[in-house]
Design a protein around this ligand. Structure first.
Ligand code: MG
Length: 210
């Protein structure tokens, strides 16, 4: 196990929707037979202890605790078996989402892309098995999400392989692997912590947009 600083912004964040069965059910969405992916822009990235700005355009902003995969080497058309060679390590990620805008627009770009909507960190951990890690989210110290990456519908190797068949992955690119059941709204002043076993805790605060 090795701990690396997370201080490089990715060229893109590829996020996976509906990758835990329970979360798909809570949103009334069909379980996908292939990964459903979308992009978050690099401008949405913030790091540990930085502030999430609540946009005036939204009335419901939700947290989503996720395991992040950080790519270590430029790659394309990677097989599932070789995928680990291209992974630098793992981190916590919060796929912050303007839920009202996600429902209204039906496609997700606006809802997922506001500045500060992609906290990652607190560091990158390598040399761990990502397929069996406890994942939790605490809102103001209260447990709101609790699951394990063993419940992922599409596992890490499958995701890296699938995405790399679509687009070239660059060093430091991030894959957000999906959130478990228990998503919910935040308000200005809240403290949000994403905690993943063997990785650590990513902490951010919600502030008003100025
Ligand atoms: Mg998500």
């Amino acid at each position: 196990m090795k701990i690396l600083k997370f201080n490089k912004k990715p060229s893109k964040i590829v996020a996976v929707g509906l990758n835990y069965i329970d979360h798909a059910k809570e949103l009334n969405m069909r379980i996908p037979d292939e990964p459903v992916i979308f992009l978050k822009p690099p401008s949405s990235v913030i790091f540990n202890n930085e502030k999430i700005k609540y946009p005036k355009m939204s009335k419901q902003v939700d947290y989503e605790a996720e395991l992040a995969v950080v790519i270590g080497k430029k790659c394309k058309n990677v097989s599932e078996e070789n995928s680990k060679k291209y992974i630098l390590g793992y981190a916590c990620l919060n796929d912050v989402t303007a839920r009202d805008l996600q429902k209204k627009d039906r496609q997700w770009t606006r809802a997922k892309s506001f500045d500060t909507f992609c906290p990652v960190g607190p560091h990158i951990v390598s040399g761990i098995n990502p397929d069996q890690l406890k994942i939790e989210l605490f809102l103001n110290g209260k447990l709101k999400q609790s699951s394990n990456t063993k419940n992922l519908i599409f596992k890490i190797g499958k995701l890296v392989s699938f995405i790399s068949k679509i687009m070239t992955l660059e060093k430091y690119d991030v894959i957000a692997t999906g959130t478990p059941v228990g998503v919910g709204p935040v308000k200005i002043g809240d403290k949000i912590e994403v905690k993943i076993e063997k990785i650590g805790t990513l902490k951010n605060y919600v502030v008003s947009e100025k």
